[in-house]
Every structure is written in C-alpha cells, then in structure tokens.
Design a binder for this molecule. Sequence first.
Ligand code: AMP
Ligand code: ZN
Length: 302
Amino acid sequence: MSETPSLLRRLIDAGLFIDTGAPGLYGRSGAFEEVIDRIDAAFVRAAGDDVTEVVRFPPGMNRRVFETSGYLKSFPQLAGTVHAFCGAHSDHMDLLEHLAAGEDWMGKQEPTEVVLTPAACYPLYPVVAARGPLAETGGLFDLQSYCFRHEPSDDPARMQMFRMHEMVRLGDQDQVLAFRAQWLERGQALVTSLELPFSLDLANDPFFGRGGKLMAAGQRAQQLKFELLVPIHSEEHPTACFSFNYHQDHFGLTWDIKTAAGEVAHTACVGIGLERVAIALFNQHGLSSSAWPVGVRKALWG
Ligand code: AMP
Ligand code: ZN
C-alpha cells in the first residue's frame, strides 16, 4: 500500500507550489495567486463600511524602527536581517575564491539599514506617531506585506516568506477592544462562508528563551491574543489562520502615540495569513479551485 503523499508534495505535484529547494520558500502558480487575491478581497469586504487608510510598505523595514519596536527582545530567533558586500577589490577576489572552494564567503558582508519585515504592522507605528495626536475617532489602517520569519519547516503552512493582511486600530482602550471584538465575529463569519472547520482559542506568541514562558503566560492571563485555527496538517494541532492581537499601550509608549485626549494610545491588530487560508481551502475542498463547493466559490468570486 502506498503512503498518502504529504500536503506539501501534493501542492507541488498539482503545480500550485513551486519548489525552490529551501524549506518554507515557494513559488506560487497563477491558480494559487488567484485564490490569494480572492481571499484578500474577501478580507477587505469583511471590514464592511469601515473607513480605513490603506498603506503599503515594502517587505523590508528600517532597521532602527525594527530595533526600537522591541521585536528582538521577544523573537530574536525569527528575525531576518539584510546584509550586503561592503569590501574593496581584494575582498571581492577573496569572496570569489571562498565561493569557488565551497567555503564561507560572508566575511565582508555587513549589516545594511534594512531588516525583513516580520509582521505587516511594524512599520506603521512610527509613521502614525510622526503625524501627531490621533483624531477623536482614533486611527484605522489597512496593511499588507510579505513577511519573513526564520522558521524553516516542511509544513507548507509554516513558511519563511508569506503574506499577511492586517487591519490596525489605534485609539483609547475602549476603541481598540471594540475593534478586536468586532473582528473576532467578522473572522468567524468569513471562515464559515469558506466552509472551513475552525475553532477560536486564546493563544500566545512564540517568545524566546527562559523569560519566554513567563511572557507567554502573561499574554494568556491578560487575553491579549486570540487565534482562529483551522485543521490543516493535523486535527490535534490546528493552524492559526487569523490572529487578533491587543498590544495594550506597548506601541503607544514605544513610539509616543497619543490619543486626542492626550493619553498614551492603545493599539490592536487583526492579521490574516493569506497563504494559510489558501492552503486550508485547497486542503479542505480539493486542489482544483474550479471544483470547490458552490457556496465557497460564491463567497470568493461573488
Ligand atoms: P502572528 O503575528 O504570529 O499572529 O501572525 C499573523 C498571521 O500570519 C497568523 O495568524 C498566520 O495566519 C500568519 N502566519 C504566521 N506565521 C506564518 C508562517 N510561518 N507561514 C505562513 N503564515 C504565517
Ligand atoms: Zn500586527
């Protein structure tokens, strides 16, 4: 009896994913991208008549902004930094010799001012802070970016480079908690319309090291993160497809963002993993999107 091929193998064999030889780094076919576009549009439609400001940043962010944001305190293991050759002619010769000999050629690579964006919302906060205090109504932003996380895996839903679409709310505590509560409903309605099985659960981020356990426990005790989980490669360990995060005043304090009343702003964000939802759909409804159930096609294509 032959073993069922893994989901990754099936995605590659169906031509939806293109193997690059590096785990968690895939090319995508036109058919896969069409589904990504439809999910992206459905996520924006779920925002109803919310008035959002659309902002797009490249997938690399200012290293100083990244350093100030506190990401390295919590997730040094996931960060990706961009380095570039900064040598002279002799260093170049040296690099080529090392390369030809199959040796380490990174000697003259130096850190640039760019790091890879780990979550779509990170570049936003200093930009909002620079505008001055928020309006009475607070702020509401729509961001989408490729993100990098160094977590190589052969689970196709755990990539190193993937797209995250986020809605970000800034304001007083009541405003941002109301936003999160509203998106908890919207996220469930969206996934229901896609006919995917799901559960909603309290969650924590993968904080690094010895202090990490304590931070994770604190995050859970304060109910700062919820995830909408869909079984993809395992019923027992379903995969987070949406995250609903309340940052309290972390970014407000870090970047000196003030409400109209002069208080430190609170923030929250809801993020959808576009590839994860697409993979969940292909896994649940089959590898050809034209054969998906009528209701699912209607939810995506209208
Ligand atoms: P997080 O900031 O960890 O809550 O991530 C936000 C969303 O991005 C998650 O709910 C996932 O849908 C998606 N995501 C996170 N990590 C990955 C990954 N390694 N590969 C694909 N999608 C991811
Ligand atoms: Zn975010």
